[in-house]
Design a protein around this ligand. Structure first.
Ligand code: EPU
Length: 344
């Protein structure tokens, strides 16, 4: 176990924070050894995967950081139509998606280019362009960090919701995901309906794309709209898109007829937080979109993304996020909530 490790390279916001203890997990045996140590029993712990959805709000983490780094992608079942693939938690997510697409397997292509690791994907039920992880998730293997036993969590047991799962709530910190099994298909129908995918494909002369072409298109759309975390610190979408009752939405729509929206559960409407943020700001005449407050700001191409230009601290993002929440609430009567996990 290492001590006093700077976590800056391990969080995509790029904030400096020192971890009291830090341990890299390459195999199940590493975990079994770790959970028997006196440090593990005495200290709190935090499971870190790619660090793409985390905000260190303090400059010291008083506990143990567990970095998942176990590797391996294997086919565990194959028939004429379907393939079950097991990916270890420490595998890079976008690389995994690319490999599945290269093999002609359908089921995760719209989740291309999302930074992170396989083990974090179910925790957050990552989603993009009309697809969510839960659509191809068969089950995962996770270790109970008290007993060292491995449990299997089926799709249903994970209680997936919009950017939600049981691992973010009831079982937070209790289990560590070791590997994930995906149910993929050799034939599939591509999902092109969402957002600007169709428009992009038509503009590029590929209205009926192959699996590979769709994958590449999604990578291109995302690169154009989201910052490259190697250059500008960010954690992707900072807030969730709020879901509000239809009556509240209709009142809002009378005032702002152009407000984008998506149907959600019965009687509810999803409103893009990016639009709400773009249409509010630090003053009545200035938009948050592209706003910069010294070291941190709101990304100029996507208002849902908060960015760290360097030299700042997690608290700078916390302060900016609060101001945004308050101004959005004052103007639209909707309290947007963070998608990113805050580490105190
Ligand atoms: N919009 C604005 N201004 C902005 C940003 C967005 O008006 O600055 C409007 C757009 O015009 C559009 C709508 O908001 O009508 C939706 O925008 P977009 O398609 O960019 O998607 P999003 O709702 O902002 C969600 C996910 C993304 C995912 C995209 C594409 C959440 C919190 N975010 O963003 O996920 O990539 O859809 O499917 O659900 C992530 O979770 O980190 C992430 C990037």
């Amino acid at each position: 176990m290492k001590t006093n490790i700077n976590l800056q390279p391990y969080n995509s916001f790029g904030f400096s924070a020192t971890a009291k203890f830090f341990v890299e997990i390459n195999a199940i045996d590493d975990l079994l050894r770790l959970i028997k140590t006196p440090e593990f029993t005495a200290e709190k712990h935090l499971i870190l995967s790619g660090g793409n959805n985390i905000l260190f709000t303090d400059d010291f983490f008083d506990g143990i950081i567990l970095l998942m780094n176990n590797k391996g992608i294997d086919i565990i079942h194959e028939d004429e139509g379907d393939v079950i693939v097991r990916a270890q938690a420490g595998e890079d997510w976008p690389e995994f998606v690319k490999r599945m697409v290269d093999r002609g397997l359908y089921g995760v292509e719209n989740l291309a280019h999302i930074p992170g690791k396989v083990g974090a994907a179910p925790v957050q039920n990552i989603g993009a362009y009309g697809m969510e992880l839960k659509d191809s998730f068969l089950q995962c293997q996770a270790m109970d960090l008290t007993t060292g036993q491995i449990h299997i969590f089926t799709n249903e047991a994970c209680r997936f919701g919009y950017r939600e799962s049981i691992f973010k709530h009831e079982l937070k910190g209790q289990y560590i995901i070791i590997s994930v099994d995906f149910q993929l298909s050799k034939q599939g129908e591509l999902k092109l309906e969402y957002g600007n995918i169709k428009a992009y494909l038509e503009q590029n002369g590929i209205p009926t794309p192959t699996l590979q072409q769709l994958h590449d298109a999604i990578c291109a759309i995302r690169s154009a709209k989201l910052p490259d975390v190697k250059q500008i610190g960010s954690a992707g979408s900072f807030f969730k898109n709020p879901v509000i009752p239809s009556e509240q939405f209709e009142a809002l729509q009378r005032q702002y007829p152009e407000i984008p929206h998506y149907p959600d559960a019965e009687g509810m409407v999803k409103v893009p937080a990016g639009w709400l943020i773009e249409h509010s700001g630090p003053t009545d005449t200035v938009s948050w979109k592209g706003w910069r407050d010294e070291h941190v700001g709101v990304y100029e191409k996507q208002a849902l993304v908060l960015v760290h230009y360097g030299g700042g601290q997690g608290q700078d993002i916390v302060a900016l996020a609060r101001k945004i929440q308050n101004t959005v609430e004052e103007k639209f009567g909707i309290r947007i909530t963070p998608e990113v996990n805050f580490v105190p």
